[in-house]
Design a protein around this ligand. Structure first.
Ligand code: FE
Length: 199
């Protein structure tokens, strides 16, 4: 059984508690609940009936990654925000400047991703390439690249902003950037010891 984390959502600039706690948190909790339910069902599902068009086993495995990435991406999204925000600094700033030319160029690309994506904009570190990439994900289990570590995550599903901004996604993205916890992103680089993969 997976437990839901208590996420730090309150008092972010420009995002209401109603938006964050009453709605986004409920959705996040739903992914945890469904992942647990899928694990229970997998324990007794008949593998002999596996089929690519339809099978209970196939559908459970398909939705297992949807639910688990829904959990991981939401936890990362909330963890990389904090009240008051911060300026980009440290290792992540250095790597962004080297891999994208400048922080401003990275930001332009990442914000455009936020407008273009149907689900997520993600800054990830590719372990094989030893560098950073911006990725667009239209769904929790679509658009990611293997052997990559997600470092900085922005939720651009309508449920992340619609109560506060209606269709104003660009305004939401600007507010999101007022609440960034770059210290958390740098801590992720340390946690996964990513320096050793840097080429
Ligand atoms: Fe979300």
């Amino acid at each position: 059984m997976r437990e839901r984390k208590q996420l730090p959502y309150t008092q972010l600039e420009g995002l209401s508690e109603r938006q964050l706690k009453e709605h986004h948190d409920v959705l996040y909790g739903g992914y945890v609940k469904k992942w647990n339910e899928i694990q229970e069902k997998l324990a007794s599902t008949d593998r002999a009936l596996a089929n690519a068009t339809y099978s209970e086993f196939g559908e459970l495995k398909r939705e297992e990654t949807f639910a688990l990435n829904g959990i991981k991406l939401h936890e990362g999204y909330f963890d990389n925000m904090k009240a008051g925000g911060s300026e980009s600094a440290g290792m992540i700033k250095e790597w962004i400047e080297k891999d994208f030319g400048s922080y401003e160029k990275w930001l332009e690309d990442f914000k455009a991703l936020g407008v273009a994506a149907r689900g997520w904009a993600i800054l990830a570190f590719d372990l094989d390439e030893g560098k950073l990439y911006n990725y667009l994900c239209d769904s929790h289990n679509q658009g990611g690249v293997w052997n990559s570590v997600s470092l900085f995550i922005m939720d651009v599903y309508e449920h992340a902003y619609f109560l506060d901004f209606a269709t104003g996604r660009k305004a939401y993205i600007d507010v999101f950037f007022k609440n960034i916890n770059w210290g958390f992103v740098n801590a992720q680089i340390e946690k996964y010891k990513l320096q050793q993969f840097r080429l």
